[in-house]
Design a protein around this ligand. Structure first.
Ligand code: AMP
Length: 424
C-alpha cells in the first residue's frame, strides 16, 4: 500500500517520502482516509505506531485544499497535548511534514514554562496549525493573540490524559471557543472505559473507532523482564546491569522527583553520564536533559512519569521500572518508549517483596504472561512481604498528581466564584 493510494495529494506524498516512510503504518492506513473524509476518529494504537503522522497528514491536506485565500492565516487546526515535551515533538514532526508548496502552512507551538512573549510574536501574521498544551493556549487567548473561531479540526493527542479530570476545566473552556461543527480526532495508546464514555459524548455518531489489535498492528517487539531485588539494592543493581549487559542507553522511571535527582546523582558519581528529568526543573533544564538524551550524549535519563507518554527517543534500547508504575496503563506508556518504529526493545521491572503483588496485578491487567522473577548473582533479595504488602494491588489510575489536584482546586474555585455571581 502506498501513501498516494490513501488519497494524499502529491506534495504530501513527497513530504512523507522525504521523511523516509516507505509505506503507511496500520494506524495511518485506517485513519488517513477517514480523516480526509472529515469523519471523527477515536483511535487506540500502540505507542510508536505512527499516530502523529496519522493525524498530521490529513490536517495538512485539508488546509492546503481550502487554501484559495491564504491571508490572513487563520488557525484551522488545533492539536492539544498534555506535556510541553510532547508539544515540541509533535511540532517538530508537523513542521517536517509541511510540503514544499508556495506559502507553506505555518505551525505555531504554545507551551508553558517559558516566556509567553516569543510565542505571542510567533502568532503575528497567523498560523494555520497550532500545537499547544491547554493552559498556555488559554493564556495566549486571554492576550487576544489567537482566535479559535475558525478551527475545523481538533486533535487530542494522548487523549485519555486530556479527557482526564486534571484537564477537564481547561478542556471545557477550549471546547467552548471552537465552532460547534468541527472534526474531532482522538488518539491514545490507552483508553480507560470511563474516558471512552466521555469521548463518546464529544464524538459525532458516525465517528470511526479504530482499535488496532496485536494481529493487525506490528506489536512492538519488547522483551519484558522482572528482576527480584530488595529496594535498597536497586541503584547498585541498575549500575551493574548497565555495565555488565552493556546497555548503550536507558530510560529509568522512578516514583518521585526527589528520586530522579538522587538516583541520577548516584549513577553520575560512579562515572555514568546520567541526568534527572521531572516537572519541577526549569523548562531550560528539562529541554536540555531531553535533547542530550536524544542526541546520545547522556547514557541514563532518570525520570518521573512526565517522560512516560508520547515521547519518541529514536532507538532507545532499554526502559527500567526502578519504581513500578502506579497503574497498568502507565506501564504500557512507559515501556512504549522503547521498541518504537519497528525496533526491538527491552523493559526491565525491579520487583521487591513489597511490590510483588502490585506487579502481579500489572502483569494481569496488561495481559502479560507471568514473567519469571529473575535473580542476579550478588543481588538476591532477602526481604519478605508483610501481610498487607502480600495483598497489595494496582492503585487506581485516577489517583491524582499534585498538578491535577491544583487544577481541580482552581476549577472548584472558579465554579464557586461563578455560583456567587448574581444570576440574571
Ligand atoms: P509516533 O507514533 O507518531 O510517535 O511515531 C513514531 C516514529 O515513527 C516517528 O519517529 C515517526 O517519524 C516514525 N514513523 C511514522 N510513520 C512512519 C511510517 N509510515 N514509516 C516509517 N516510520 C514512521
Amino acid at each position: 500500500m502506498s501513501f498516494a493510494s490513501l488519497g494524499l495529494m502529491p506534495a504530501l506524498v513527497r513530504a512523507v517520502a522525504e521523511q523516509g516512510y516507505a509505506q503507511p503504518s496500520p494506524i495511518q492506513a485506517q485513519a488517513i482516509p477517514a480523516a480526509l473524509r472529515g469523519q471523527d476518529i477515536l483511535a487506540t494504537a500502540q505507542t510508536g505506531s505512527g499516530k502523529t503522522a496519522a493525524y498530521a497528514l490529513p490536517l495538512m491536506q485539508a488546509l492546503l485544499s481550502r487554501r484559495a485565500e491564504p491571508h490572513p492565516r487563520k488557525t484551522q487546526a488545533l492539536v492539544l497535548v498534555p506535556t510541553r515535551e510532547l508539544a515540541v515533538q509533535v511540532g517538530e514532526l508537523l513542521r517536517a511534514l509541511v510540503p514544499a508548496v508556495a506559502l507553506p502552512p505555518r505551525v505555531a507551538l504554545l507551551f508553558g514554562g517559558v516566556s509567553i512573549n516569543p510565542q505571542l510574536m510567533g502568532l503575528r501574521g497567523g498560523a494555520e496549525i497550532v500545537v499547544a498544551t491547554p493552559g498556555r493556549l488559554l493564556d495566549v487567548i486571554e492576550h487576544n493573540a489567537l482566535s479559535l473561531g475558525q478551527v475545523q479540526t481538533l486533535v487530542l493527542d494522548e487523549a485519555d490524559r486530556l479527557l482526564d479530570l486534571g484537564f477537564a476545566e481547561e478542556l471545557a473552556r477550549v471546547l467552548a471557543l471552537l465552532p460547534a461543527q468541527r472534526q474531532l480526532l482522538l488518539f491514545s495508546a490507552t483508553f480507560a472505559p470511563a474516558v471512552q464514555e466521555l469521548a463518546q459524548r464529544l464524538l459525532k455518531p458516525d465517528a470511526l473507532r479504530i482499535a488496532l489489535d496485536e494481529q493487525t498492528e506490528a506489536a512492538p517487539d519488547i522483551v519484558q523482564r522482572a528482576i527480584a531485588v530488595d529496594a535498597p539494592q536497586r541503584t547498585q543493581l541498575l549500575r551493574h546491569l548497565i555495565v555488565s549487559e552493556a546497555w548503550p542507553q536507558v530510560l529509568v522511571f522512578v516514583a518521585t522527583q526527589y528520586a530522579t535527582e538522587l538516583v541520577a546523582h548516584k549513577l553520575a558519581r560512579v562515572g555514568l553520564r546520567a541526568a534527572p528529568l521531572h516537572g519541577e526543573l526549569s523548562q531550560g533544564a528539562r529541554s536540555e536533559a531531553l535533547a542530550a538524551f536524544k542526541a546520545g550524549e547522556l547514557q541514563v535519563l532518570v525520570a518521573t512519569d512526565l517522560a512516560a507518554r508520547g515521547l519518541h527517543i529514536a532507538r532507545l534500547p532499554v526502559v527500567v521500572n526502578y519504581d513500578l508504575p502506579r497503574a497498568a496503563a502507565d506501564h504500557t506508556h512507559r515501556i512504549g518508549r522503547t521498541g518504537r518504529a519497528g525496533e526491538s526493545g527491552l523493559a526491565v521491572s525491579f520487583v521487591s517483596a513489597a511490590t510483588e503483588a502490585h506487579w502481579r496485578l500489572i502483569e494481569k491487567r496488561c495481559g502479560l504472561p507471568r514473567t519469571p522473577r529473575e535473580q542476579i548473582a550478588g543481588f538476591e533479595p532477602t526481604e519478605v512481604a508483610t501481610p498487607e504488602q502480600a495483598v497489595g494491588g494496582v492503585k487506581s489510575s485516577t489517583r491524582k498528581s499534585k498538578k491535577d489536584k491544583l487544577r481541580e482546586a482552581q476549577a472548584a474555585e472558579a465554579a464557586a466564584a461563578a455560583d456567587t455571581k448574581p444570576k440574571r
